[in-house]
Design a protein around this ligand. Sequence first.
Ligand SMILES: NC(=O)c1ccc[n+]([C@@H]2O[C@H](COP(=O)([O-])OP(=O)(O)OC[C@H]3O[C@@H](n4cnc5c(N)ncnc54)[C@H](OP(=O)(O)O)[C@@H]3O)[C@@H](O)[C@H]2O)c1
Length: 337
Amino acid sequence: MVWARKYVLKKHYTGAPKLSDYELVQYELPALKDGEILVKAEWIGVDPYLRVYDSVFKVPYDQFGLQVAIVQESKDPDYPVATRVVSHKGWCDYSIIDTKAPVKEVPWDIFYKLPDLKGLSPSLGVGAIGMPGATAYFALIEVCQLKAGDTVVITGAAGAVGTVAGQIAKIKGCKVIGFAGSDIKVKWLENELGFDKVFNYKKVNIHTALKEAAPNGVDNYLDCVGGEISSIIISQMNTFGKVVTIGSISSYNADPSQLPKVTILQQYIVPKRLTIKGFVIWDEYKRWSEAFTNLINWIKEGKIKTPEHITEGFTNIFEAFSGMLDGENLGKAVVKV
Ligand SMILES: NC(=O)c1ccc[n+]([C@@H]2O[C@H](COP(=O)([O-])OP(=O)(O)OC[C@H]3O[C@@H](n4cnc5c(N)ncnc54)[C@H](OP(=O)(O)O)[C@@H]3O)[C@@H](O)[C@H]2O)c1
């Protein structure tokens, strides 16, 4: 008999998520059937999309999310005990997975064996060699098709996607300019990760700072935050520039009926013939392993560093999630169960 714990969202968020929106539930898992495995979560990623997708479901629902888990008991010889897997089981410590269930819908049915990380930490399975890393990879390599000498701007630069993206852009020979939310993050991105210039968006005049850092304009923009900062960056794009918009975290906690207003963009998009593409990593799910192969090699070669903001303890998962939304993380926010 195995007792498991899970977080259930019992009340939709209003503004910033609160611990009282959740209930921690303990329950007994049934015995395994053929083709099933019992897994114990080791690393749980806390990601901004959990905040966004809250509106998709009726409460109560089990808090979904990506986790790396290790097989404890197995009724599938393809998944012996001690195999590591990635799934979307979310905020629970033990769970049962039907290994033969088809992946009908991503992210809900995500399930795969953790790739051979060649000695790297399994935690990277929810970070640089997981969904956020794949996002950085496909957004910049496939959508932007970076060329050496391009100027690339990244908002949310110190986060899970931004840190990987900035380093990929450096590998490709680009000039990389980042925006992040604290002076510590700014220094660290410049000194440790090799960004060419980073600004604390809370302190600088974005327009002037970017003009100084990119006097010849911006070729590619990885837009992680939306809002007015994005309008300002887009206003400084070069002809045929590419914007890949992956998120708008600056307004995730805003009242959806009263979203912030920003400067209109048509006056820049049209004359500069800009391409602005909305991108969702779930669409590339079948190709994640392609990204992982390259990312593992770059990490092993020392070309990509993989900072993590680790919170210890399953019952601290909400604090990790809330802290990430507040900008406490430098690199990927992850919980060590
Ligand atoms: N489309 C996709 O497939 C996809 C996949 C992954 C992620 N995303 C999106 O990409 C973005 C970054 O995700 P991530 O996983 O890498 O998260 P992350 O950057 O590791 O963590 C979130 C960060 O957002 C920043 N932030 C919070 N409030 C902000 C505000 N008002 N304005 C600007 N920045 C703010 C904080 O950093 P600061 O200290 O810098 O403020 C915080 O650390 C999110 O919008 C997420 O939804 C999209």
